[in-house]
Design a binder for this molecule. Structure first.
Ligand code: MG
Length: 385
């Protein structure tokens, strides 16, 4: 029996790679539903190849293209952010791959967990903003959350070597991004083009900028805390420019288990799609001699304060991580539109965290209200405020 898979966000970098893995193993998977925000051209190609039962297009202005895809492929049509929730509610699946970017992934993921569906999670916002709610639902329903992100997938694999209660420390590795070692004068002059060039991983624009500011690593600390139930004080970030060690777990007996591999998202995606099985693929083995050396250094929290802000938001808890995420999302969008300089990204986040009056975030409504508040504030931010 093929594994039935719904892919939310099938046209992004994780979504397209997920379909690539699925195509490489004919007969192993059935694609039940696909979705895109606005890339209807690519979605049309995917729908022709995989013949899903349903598609969803989120961007309103693409509704006509969406109707055309549905009509030509025979897929049922769902529209808007609500359409993502409908996909997980109406179609049976063994695995829901959440590869959407941004806050839009939150509701369908929570809904999928409530319905008892296993999740392959690549969307950061779910755990950053509502990790405590999502994990409570996971425990209640007994579903699996399989992390797609290379670091969390690495930790997940390392934890096969020992119980969570025996974890002394998690070491999250970070490439350091394209501006590793840069000081203030250099950071002041960074262009959009430079920031979009990542040294080791090929990813979408939002996450590439988040990697350049180290905010991505900050989100990963918060995610690891929720996923693995380890306090943030015991999650350490180490800069490892080669990105060969994808993360490590140190156990109370001093043993450290590391997960290594080629820097290609194909591998963690394959891991979660087939979990708990391991299946041979055509990937070449890692060439250690050619690699030469693996190096490590401390992150520079003065010039890259986003990482420190993430620890701060995690310790404050409640709606603070939501504010961190929302202010960052708007700041990155403004940087990509070349409205603000690179160094204004942490300033916008700092401003939102300082101005926010936190709530315990006991409901999704509270989280969504904090999200809207922080977005508005970040949109209106001007230098020297
Ligand atoms: Mg990562």
């Amino acid at each position: 029996m093929p594994k039935r898979v719904i892919i939310l966000g099938s046209t992004g970098s994780i979504g397209t790679k997920t379909l690539q893995v699925i195509e490489d193993f004919p007969g192993a998977f059935e694609v039940v539903a696909l979705s895109t925000n606005s890339q209807t051209g690519l979605l049309a190609e995917q729908a022709k190849r995989h013949r899903p039962r349903a598609i969803c297009v989120c961007a309103e202005e693409k509704a006509n293209e969406a109707r055309h895809i549905a009509a030509t492929t025979g897929a049922a049509l769902h529209l808007g952010a609500q359409g993502l929730v409908e996909l997980v509610e109406r179609y049976e699946a063994d695995l829901v791959v959440v590869a959407t970017v941004g806050f839009v992934g939150l509701l369908p993921t929570i809904r999928a967990i409530e319905l008892g569906r296993n999740i392959a999670l690549a969307n950061k916002e779910v755990l950053v903003t509502a990790g405590h709610l999502a994990m409570a639902a996971v425990q209640q329903r007994g579903v699996a959350i399989l992390p797609v992100d290379s670091e969390h997938n690495a930790i997940f694999q390392c934890l096969a070597c020992g119980g969570r209660e025996a974890v002394r420390r998690i070491v999250l590795t970070a490439s350091g991004g394209p501006f590793r070692g840069a000081k203030r004068e250099r950071l002041l002059a960074i262009t959009r083009k430079e920031a979009l060039r990542h040294p080791t991983w090929s990813m979408g624009p939002k996450i590439t900028i988040d990697s350049a500011t180290l905010m991505n690593k900050g989100f990963e600390v918060i995610e690891a805390h929720h996923l693995f139930g380890v306090p943030v004080e015991r999650i350490e970030v180490v800069i490892h420019p080669q990105s060969t060690i994808h993360s490590m777990v140190e156990f109370v007996d001093g043993s450290i288990i590391a997960q290594l591999g080629v820097t290609d998202m194909y591998l963690p995606i394959q891991n979660v799609l087939f979990y708990p099985e391991r299946i041979a693929n055509k990937f070449p083995s890692l060439d250690f001699v050619n690699l030469g050396r693996l190096t490590f250094e401390a992150p520079d929290l003065v010039n890259f304060p986003c990482l420190a802000y993430a620890y701060e938001a995690a310790r404050l808890g409640g709606t603070y991580p939501t504010v961190l995420n929302a202010a960052n999302e708007i700041a990155v969008a403004r940087f990509l539109r070349e409205e603000i300089p690179f160094i204004a990204i942490p300033e916008i986040i700092r401003d939102a965290l300082d101005a926010h009056e936190g709530l315990p975030a006991k409901t999704l409504e509270e989280i969504m209200a904090a999200d809207r508040w922080a977005r508005d504030r970040a949109r209106e931010w001007k230098p020297g405020r």
